[in-house]
Design a protein around this ligand. Structure first.
Ligand SMILES: [Ca+2]
Ligand SMILES: [Ca+2]
Length: 124
């Protein structure tokens, strides 16, 4: 099985933050008002939730699959890769950004275990 070779091929400019800087995209924020894109985020979450059920893994199991550098938080590239592996969807950096912002209740631009759990509960 291939592991982690392709993330560099996407536009990483808005996905890479290893230094804790803000990841908020100016173009995304202006796009936020009044768009119906929340539906897409929920669809992605629903697919993730059903992948969990299909594979019979727990939220904690999913989290450790996603958190490939094992720092306890999921960043953009990790989420991108995880969704591609688990769900088969190839999300754009903008979509990944939306998913993270939708889950990120403490605004650190990463998804922690609690945030993931809450999100998956929400789409049940
Ligand atoms: Ca991580
Ligand atoms: Ca967070």
């Amino acid at each position: 099985m291939l592991h982690g070779a392709t993330i560099e091929s996407i536009d990483a400019s808005i996905l890479t933050t290893s230094d804790g800087k803000s990841l908020v995209n100016p173009f995304y924020v202006s796009d936020m008002a009044g768009s119906g894109d929340d539906m897409r985020v929920d669809e992605i979450l629903k697919k993730l939730a059903s992948a969990l059920i299909e594979r019979q893994i727990s939220v904690a199991g999913l989290f450790s699959k996603l958190d490939t550098d094992d720092d306890g938080r999921i960043n953009g590239p990790e989420l991108h890769k995880g969704i591609k592996n688990l769900v088969g969807d190839f999300l754009s950096p903008g979509q990944i950004s939306k998913v993270i912002q939708s889950l990120d209740s403490n605004a650190d631009n990463r998804v922690d275990m609690y945030e993931l759990r809450v999100a998956l509960e929400r789409v049940k």
